[in-house]
Design a binder for this molecule. Structure first.
Ligand SMILES: [Fe+2]
Length: 478
């Protein structure tokens, strides 16, 4: 029998309606509630879907105004034999604890100003307090699960109970103020990520933390005048690939003003963008010029002979970050639409070749056994109408070789990142299902679509016991 815990905060009226209730601060902590299953789940599908994301934007004395900024909640949908259960817990980060006690944001966030006064900030200049709100990505380091945002803090959590286990204390002296949200775990369980140290020049640092350790080794680094906004990076078997966006960090602003995180970057198209490939063998770096761009996620990168190829959704300016503010989203306005670009980095060339091969797909992913290891021929993502700004309203399978585009569309629904779960023992790249959180205008709660990843037919819909606030990324714990 489902046991519903008291909400961590008083429940507030929804500040959005219909499918846009995913932007409301109404989610509660729920303890193992059964999901209603409509349709038929594959017999082999057993495991835990983990979701994290912003869930609480409104606090009694203030709040957050950007989608990315809400205080994080973990969700677990456990698919077992004959039973599917849901559980949710707020992440007890330092930010959550202090913000809940204060009744207003206690830390600066993506588009939330740092509430600390000037003199307190100067006191902490060498080691400034920055948010640890783990609302964006979940990863594992060996068997330890962590979650994080775009800062270097990694928050450990239990994938069963969703209890927060505290922040990882690193056993090293590596200096960085920013870190890509998307750490990557290799086949050995080692964790890789890219951090940025701000100074008179900015330094990108490719770090690896071996499973079972808390020591970040710097595998390679490069100095640039001003680093670009960095949400993720890509890997091939031989290189890490960083895209230096034209949304460039202003280090003095980061260090000396209380501006919101993203207000410390400036769109500088005149200085273009660059791609950097760091060798995993010796840390050496090669770079290529590209047109000014902003991008969050790679679809994939791979080695094609001596060339390195990177495929990703790309925005031509930084408007998308304004588009993702809550006032616009709650009115039903959608973000601008990315184009899909394929960059080819050739040895000895100064400029990478760029080819447009599609549009209107974000939150992409490929088969986990291909990602960073071998070229994938299929990607899945959250899609929109390519002709107008819109929030994700379809789930897409895109054949990267033929360009064939298949969709699953519920109608009148927001459809978030599709997580691909491969069928155990399957050999085909698309042998598996997609797990897709959706919310339609007429739904009473979130519906998780279970979609055949090849045919894009819906196999089952699982109804959660509440509206799961819209987040970004998911993970699968078998
Ligand atoms: Fe992301």
């Amino acid at each position: 029998m489902a046991a519903v815990l008291k909400p961590a905060v008083a429940q507030r009226p929804a500040d959005a309606s219909g499918r846009l209730r995913g932007f409301a601060s109404t989610a509660r902590e729920i303890d193992d509630s059964d999901l209603h299953v409509e349709g038929r789940l594959p017999d082999w599908l057993r495991g835990r879907l983990l979701l994290n994301g912003p869930a609480l934007w409104s606090l009694p004395q203030g709040g957050y105004e950007h989608w990315f900024d809400g205080l994080a909640m973990f969700h677990r949908i456990e698919i077992g034999p004959g039973r599917v259960r849901y559980r949710s817990r707020f992440a007890r980060s330092e930010d959550y604890t202090r913000s809940m006690a204060a009744g207003r944001p206690a830390f600066g966030a993506f588009d939330t100003r740092n509430p600390m006064g000037f003199f307190r900030r100067m006191l902490h200049l060498k080691n400034p307090p920055i948010t640890d709100n783990p609302a964006v990505v979940m990863s594992h380091i060996g068997d330890r699960w962590v979650a994080n945002t775009e800062t270097p803090h990694l928050t450990s959590f239990d994938p069963d109970t969703l209890a927060t286990m505290g922040r990882l204390r690193f056993d090293d002296g590596v200096q960085m103020q920013l870190m890509s949200a998307h750490g990557r775990t290799d086949e050995r369980g080692d964790y890789w990520n890219v951090g940025i140290h701000l100074g008179p020049k900015c330094t990108y640092k490719l770090i690896r933390m071996r499973a079972g350790t808390r020591r970040r080794e710097v595998i390679g680094s490069l100095e640039v005048r001003r680093a670009g906004y960095t949400h993720a990076f890509a890997m091939t078997p031989s290189h890490a690939v960083i895209w230096e966006t034209a949304l460039r960090a202003m280090p003095l602003s980061f260090l000396f003003t209380g501006r919101a995180y993203i207000r410390n970057f400036r769109w500088e198209p005149a200085s273009g963008s660059r791609l950097h490939a760091i060798s995993l063998d010796d840390g050496s770096v090669r770079s290529w010029d590209i047109a000014p761009m902003l991008g969050f996620h790679a679809i994939q990168a791979w080695n094609d002979g001596q060339d390195i190829v990177l495929e990703m959704p790309v925005f031509d300016d930084a408007r998308v970050l304004e588009d993702l503010r809550l006032d616009a989203l709650r009115q039903g306005q959608g973000p601008c639409v990315p184009r899909l670009l394929r960059y080819r980095m050739k040895p000895g060339r100064q400029t990478a070749e760029a080819e447009v091969f599609g549009s209107a797909l974000e939150l992409p992913q490929v088969h986990p056994q291909r990602d960073g290891r071998a070229r994938a021929s299929v990607t899945w993502g959250a899609g929109t109408d390519a002709t107008r700004p819109a929030l994700f309203d379809r789930t897409v399978r895109l054949d990267l070789e033929s360009g064939e585009w298949r969709e699953w569309c519920r109608g009148d629904a927001v459809q978030l990142e599709p997580l691909f779960v491969p069928r155990p023992g399957g050999t085909a790249e698309d042998d598996g299902v997609l797990l897709v959180p959706t919310l339609a205008d007429g739904d009473t709660a979130t519906q998780l679509g279970v979609i055949d990843a090849r045919s894009m037919q819906c196999l089952a819909l699982l109804q959660a016991p509440q509206v799961v606030p819209f987040g970004f990324h998911a993970a699968w714990a078998a």
